[in-house]
Design a protein. Sequence first.
Length: 116
Amino acid sequence: MTSKTRSRSDFIPNFDRYSVLLIAALALTATTAAQAQANTPPARLAPAAGADTIPQNRTSAADVEAAFNRADTNHDGKLTRQESERFPAVALRFEQIDANQDAFISREEFNKAAGS
């Protein structure tokens, strides 16, 4: 088929061609926006006014106490180096946390290191 013998069904006027391209571009944009919105994490709710809350990155005194009790496997009220290995961050800083250098971490030393 030559360009002179083109049938009317093969012919798309420029206006129609641009309309099809515009619709395709809009559909692609809408799809991309929907995917981006689906991948957005949900918004966090703000605490109620006047509510006493602990920031997410802070541990409470009860959490620190529970952690110490879990690590103190012989329940003597102090952590040996071996017991401290349950918490790698404590084991790495054992000498710093053991302020009196008695080779044990007392509950008080543990609490001070935990910032509570």
